[in-house]
Structures are given as C-alpha cells and as structure tokens.
Design a protein around this ligand. Structure first.
Ligand code: 6GU
Length: 250
C-alpha cells in the first residue's frame, strides 16, 4: 500500500518510522511518503495560509500549494499509484467536521492501493481544494471523534496505525487481530499474566481451570459487562444475530 502524507510539520510524522509501521516500511509492505507542504510554495516566505474571505478568526490554508502537492501523489510508477491501476486514490482530510473514523473505516481503507492524507492546520483548507480533488481522488473528510485538535497530524498517526496494522504482513501474528476490541462490536475482555497472586490479588479462578469452554464463556460475559458499563451505545448497535442464548442471559 502506498501512503502519501502532506503536512507543514512533517516532523510529527517521524513516529511512522517506529514499531510495527516502521518495520512494515522497512520490509516494503507500506510505502509511506511524507512531504512538507511548504516545498510546494513559490514565494520567498513559503506562505501556506491567508485570511478568510467573509472575515472571522484565524487563517485558511491557500489552495495553490495544496494542488501542487496533491498532484505529486497522482504520479509515480503506475505500479505505485492507484490511478495508474484504474483505482482512484483515497484522499483523507482529517477534520473535526469529517465523518467519524471507526474500526469499520479502518477495515475498508486497509483494502485500498493508495491513501493520501492532507493535514490541515489553522481553520482548515480552502474548500475549493476539496472540490478540485474530487475530480482525481475519492475525497473523505475524517474525524477521530467529537473534540478538536490543532491540526491533522496526530489524527493521521492514529489512522495510519489503525489502517496499516490491518494490511496483510504488518502484524506478524494475524490471530491477534481477531480477539480485540471492536472486532466483534464489543470491548475486549480483561487479561492477566504471571504472577497468579499479586499484592493480595488473585486472578479469576476460571483462568486456571483448564476448561476452555468455561474460559470462553467467562471472557464473553466480561466483554458484555464491560461494554454495557462503559459503552452502552455499542450495546444498542449490536447485531442480535451475533448474540447467543447465554449472551442474552448475561
Ligand atoms: Cl481528524 N482533525 C482535527 N484537527 N481535529 C480533530 C480530528 C481531526 N478528529 C477529532 N478532532
């Protein structure tokens, strides 16, 4: 998968060199290209923003550097860019005004050939950039949730990690993707390791029983209990077909 990221703070994205995503880049599974938006300015001051038409607080990102930058994501070897394969690259624009990014979004985007992230700062990017980009990209304004960050960079770190780990080969043991929070619409069950007694706290007895059916039932009940307590909104959205008889009793 090719991932292009444009930002006026490319240093924020240095974390993409670390851990599983960094390893996947080294292994050539993820082709991540971070570029400084200011590279695409032409004036002496490398200006990327200006005052908003109609007035109001803050600054707006100018369209010209964005068009130059995004155009570079459309080029490269046909094997490297999605448009060369007949698929439009997906342009993700991090914004608190976007559609909410969920695990389902991560699964959907993990199937794409090329993702492009346009990190806005200030009050956002001139809307005409998104209109123009719609001619070349599948444009997706995306929000992490209902709170405000200063810019898209931290959101891109979160989204690239959530998407990248679903790309085959990035996570060494694909089994670890199966039993995790949100994969079945429920929060994950609690986990324990050695020692079995720690500061007068034993682990739940059932985990030492060797009875795998009982352990599975215990974990499922804990998932349901946790989800009901912490995220009642998720319980309301559960597919009834995915609940068994014991689930309904719990
Ligand atoms: Cl994706 N961007 C910004 N700037 N703020 C956010 C966000 C994204 N998601 C939540 N808040």
């Amino acid at each position: 998968m090719r991932i292009d990221v444009f930002s006026i703070f490319p240093e924020y994205l240095a974390a993409l060199d670390l851990s599983l995503i960094g390893k996947a880049r080294q292994d050539g599974i993820l082709d991540v290209r971070v570029q400084d938006l200011r590279t695409f300015t032409t004036d002496r001051h490398r200006t990327v923003d200006d005052t908003p038409y109609g007035g109001g607080a803050g600054m707006v990102m100018k369209p010209e550097p964005w068009a130059e930058a995004l155009s570079t994501a459309l080029s490269g070897e046909p094997a490297e860019n999605a448009s060369g394969r007949g698929e439009r690259p997906t342009l993700i624009v991090p914004s608190p005004a976007g559609e909410v990014f969920t695990q389902a979004t991560a699964y959907e985007l993990a199937e794409k050939q090329q993702l492009v992230f346009a990190c806005g700062r200030y009050e956002g990017i001139d809307e005409r950039v998104l209109e123009w980009a719609g001619e070349h990209f599948d444009v997706r304004p995306m929000s992490l949730g209902d709170y405000v960050l200063n810019g898209g960079e931290v959101a891109v770190l979160a989204m690239v990690e959530a998407i990248g780990r679903l790309v085959p080969g990035v996570v060494g043991n694909p089994e670890s993707l199966v039993e995790e929070s949100h994969s079945d619409g429920l929060l994950e069950y609690p986990v324990y390791t050695k020692p079995s007694q720690w500061r007068d706290r034993p682990i739940p007895d059932v985990l030492l029983s060797g009875n795998h059916a009982k352990i599975a039932r215990f974990r499922r009940d804990e998932q349901l209990r946790r989800t009901a307590e912490r995220r009642p909104d998720l319980i309301a959205k559960l597919d009834p077909a995915l609940l068994d008889k014991a689930d309904r009793a719990a």
